[in-house]
Write a protein that binds this ligand. Structure first.
Ligand code: ZN
Length: 256
């Protein structure tokens, strides 16, 4: 059964898994019954999460079998629940490249005026290029744009555009995959072959790999940045129980 799961999770892209998740929702409580790990999003408890990731990058015990959230989703959700006004205040929200596991919940929240944007995703309300967003200045209280900046041609230009459409006093979350052993961004526009990009930047369609300098890149676009380390707040056993990624920081941005 374990190798069957590994095989399925290795070959089926996560968006398709999400569409099939009703099957997981039905079987997971029986197959993964237990109380070792807990998903902060769906609040279900399991013996173990499922493995997730491609080829050599597969991570054990990370994918919630109920709602298919990963480490980064559980971390962001926990922040929104415990540290932000996201579930309480009336807010105008722009969600770029919306995560499918959040989409329905956010859409249903009555306190939100919720809009999604993407270059081409059918999930998105608006379709546009982040380098040149066809919207007025100072529109949104909250902007989410996760795992996008490592794909775009000019990241600072895209960040400036997000800052422009954010209201003064607004905030956002702009997560990226980062290699915390690097202190600069590794970027080389001559590397365009998908296999080479995977080797150099970690995924076939990534054009750069950020290091610990990522907050400075956000600052250079004009954002105020808070690097939020949840590990400092949670007990070690809870951090492990929710299966957050060991070194993941949340990048909270604000506009003055
Ligand atoms: Zn879950």
């Amino acid at each position: 059964m374990k190798s069957f799961f590994k095989f399925i999770l290795n070959v089926v892209p996560r968006p398709i898994l999400i569409r099939l998740s009703y099957i997981f929702k039905f079987f997971a409580p029986f197959l993964m019954k237990g109380d070792n790990v807990e998903c902060t999003v769906c609040e279900h408890k399991f013996r173990k999460f499922l493995p997730y990731g491609y080829n050599d990058g597969q991570r054990d015990n990370v994918l919630c079998p109920y709602d298919l959230t990963l480490e980064r989703h559980r971390l962001m959700w926990t922040y929104l629940k415990t540290k932000s006004n996201f579930f309480t205040d009336k807010l105008k929200v722009m969600h770029i490249a919306p995560e499918q596991c959040f989409y329905k919940t956010f859409r249903a929240q009555e306190n939100l005026d919720y809009t999604t944007g993407d270059l081409e995703s059918p999930l998105a309300d608006l379709h546009f290029d982040l380098h040149n967003i066809p919207l007025e200045d100072n529109l949104y209280d909250v902007i989410f744009c996760n795992h996008v900046m490592e794909h775009v041609k000019d990241d600072v230009q895209c960040m400036k555009e997000l800052l422009r459409i954010m209201k003064p006093g607004g905030w956002g979350i702009l997560q990226v995959p980062a290699d915390y052993s690097r202190d600069t961004t590794y970027e080389d526009p001559t590397i365009t072959d998908p296999k080479e990009r995977e080797k150099h930047f970690g995924q076939y369609d990534h054009v750069r790999l950020y290091g610990t300098n990522y907050p400075d890149v956000l600052r250079s676009a004009g954002f105020e940045v808070e690097e939020y380390d949840y590990k400092k707040e949670l007990k070690e056993e809870d951090y492990k129980r929710y299966r957050f990624q060991e070194d993941e920081l949340l990048y909270i941005v604000r506009k003055k």
